[in-house]
Unconditional design. Structure first.
Length: 218
């Protein structure tokens, strides 16, 4: 079986030395870097923007994924792409023309990751499932690191994996929020291919060991 990919979330990294943290998780085996962008409107918290991404981009060769928890990803995705993000995560809950935005992003050469909050069902995502490279299932309400995993999202992961199989779609399933050594096997068994983990990795003394622990379940 293909091993799951691990995407450390910089939200729990030491912000005073972000570049070194990116280099450290890369050396520890990260497959991609997850960059949580919050605007204080879409979620009740503010993090960092494209200038920070640009400043740390050269510290790794693995892809950067910008998870845009912002009201208007349509106005800002290009700045993140220019700063070096290969994957652009847009929320299904944003009020905009998703089909148009997905086409715009992919025609610029970036990959789209469609993100769903815990309360959002599979139906609203259905029209876009064949258009995107990744579906990100939030397993906490977005806004903060270090929250507890919500097991009620497991049936949604299973439903997405089943739909993908039935229709021979190619999207990868990513899960974000509360991932640790106990919850990783649950989401992997449900069908996840990529695990985002912030506090579990950056809160551990040995990043490589933490990443191995998350991965060894598949
Ligand atoms: C939450 C963010 C997550 C978060 C995950 O809004 O999207 O990426 O950093 O952090 P942990 O792994 O600590 O739940
Ligand atoms: Zn995230």
């Amino acid at each position: 079986m293909t091993p799951v990919k691990i995407a450390p979330s910089l939200l729990s990294a030491n912000f005073s030395r972000l570049g070194e943290e990116v280099a450290a998780v890369t050396a520890a085996g990260a497959d991609l870097i997850h960059f949580d962008v919050m605007d204080g409107h879409f979620v009740p918290n503010i993090t960092f923007g494209p200038m920070v991404l640009k400043a740390i981009r050269s510290y790794t060769r693995v892809p950067f994924q910008a998870h845009l928890m912002i009201m208007r990803p349509d106005l800002f995705w290009q700045a993140f792409a220019r700063a070096g993000a290969e994957i652009i995560g847009i929320h299904l809950e944003c009020q905009l023309d998703h089909r148009k935005l997905i086409k715009e992003i992919t025609s610029g050469g970036q990959q789209v990751c469609l993100v769903m909050n815990p309360d959002t069902g599979v139906e609203p995502a259905r029209p876009y499932l064949e258009m995107v490279e990744e579906i990100l299932v939030m397993s906490v309400n977005p806004g903060f690191g270090g929250q507890s995993f919500m097991p009620e999202v497991l049936p949604k992961i299973e439903a997405l994996a089943e739909l993908r199989e039935k229709n021979r779609w190619k999207f990868q399933i990513e899960v974000d929020g509360g991932i640790n050594r106990e919850t990783a096997p649950l989401v992997i068994n449900a069908g996840a291919d990529i695990l985002v983990a912030g506090s579990f990795i950056f809160g551990s003394a040995d990043y490589a060991m933490a990443i191995r622990e998350l991965r060894c379940n598949k």
